[in-house]
Design a protein around this ligand. Sequence first.
Ligand code: FAD
Length: 411
Amino acid sequence: MTTTYDVVVVGAGHAGVAVVSALAKAGFAGSVAVLGDEPVLPYERPPLSKEYLTDGGAAPLLRTEAFWSTDSVQLELGAQVTTVDPAAKLVHVADGRTFGYRKLVWATGADARALRVPGATADNLHSIRRLSDVDRLRRHLTARGRAVIIGGGYIGLETAAVLTGLGHQVTVVEAVDRVLARVTGPVVSRFYQQLHERHGVRIVLGETVAGIATRAGRAHGVHLGSGELLPADVVIVGVGAVPAVEVLQDAGAAGDGGLLVDDLCRTTLPDVHAIGDCALQVNRFSTSAAPVRLESVSNANHQAKVTAAHLVGAPPPVPAVPWFWSNQYDVKLQTAGLFAGHDEVVTRGEPDSGRFSVLYLARGRLLAADCVNVPADFAGARRVIGERERLDTELAADPGTPLKTAVLAHA
Ligand code: FAD
């Protein structure tokens, strides 16, 4: 028998859970089903490369078990949606069940990008996307072992910090000439490279991975393009994420490298929204008119609120300045805005002090800020970016001047 719900949410991650909460908050009284392919209660992903990797323990649940035991939401775990029939408004699950929907919210996130080199199927080669990935990695960690991390992005570097703290000897291999190149500017990249090197991490830049050296199905090293073999007891791959969009695209949804949505998070299929890591949307805080896919909790939460508002017929919330954080050792990075397209960079404070911010501007307007251990700058930057204000860059460069004081009077 097929049950039809007012709203079916596919994907029980940050975005999927946030839309359930936002609907409840908006007073939605209809029926809701959440279909998630993982066998565990919905959990937070950021701790996977931070606290949970360090300590293990209880899963960092997004909501308590009690939250899901009410009658208002039907949570189906281990339910992998394999096909969508937009004409009949049905979703089909791998185990043969079918769910009908009036509105569908697609919140399937992304999968870890696989490394395609010889030996990449080794048993002790890991990615970090799911709770089960980290549980498996923790089982493979031997005391004071050698870890090679492929990829110098946030997940690779956070993992490097945790494993170093656990006593492992860590090498990070990055294909381009600086770490974090996709997400930040050279000043912040240099700061993080030096931070890791001070903690004993070897950072290898501008190097390709030619293959994984294996013995009896287990990795014992990483072959670099230069010919060097990095010995390894464990290999971790952090080379980005691929949006989980195939099923909805097979059903006819448009989008290249994500599911194209409008400003109300509607896909090109009738009554189907897409939110979170899988959604591709024009962002009003981007310098480009091209749609962007943002991988952050704040984006998942905001798009969930936009969708819930639309589903209950309420006005959408005001556009939110994108933001992100990363914790490595005792350093907290908070990023506000989107830095691509900047034409000026201002550094506030001295990176060597471990407390500084880097501001990215375009034609005098603040586009983005990376704030390292300066939460006040982060708060100020979010406000200035949100209000699209122009800055006096000389004043803004002075870390003693609050950012809001550096705002130029309106012409
Ligand atoms: P997800 O949280 O990935 O949830 C999608 C869910 O859908 C998953 O459970 C998936 O298994 C399920 N699914 C996929 N396909 C199907 C299907 N066909 N049927 C049913 N279910 C399906 N962001 C920050 O802002 N700060 C951080 O510090 C930070 N750290 C991170 C650390 C790690 C290790 C990772 C992996 C991510 C981190 N992120 C961080 C990013 C953040 O976690 C994501 O942006 C956020 O999880 C996106 O939410 P989502 O709901 O779109 O996707």
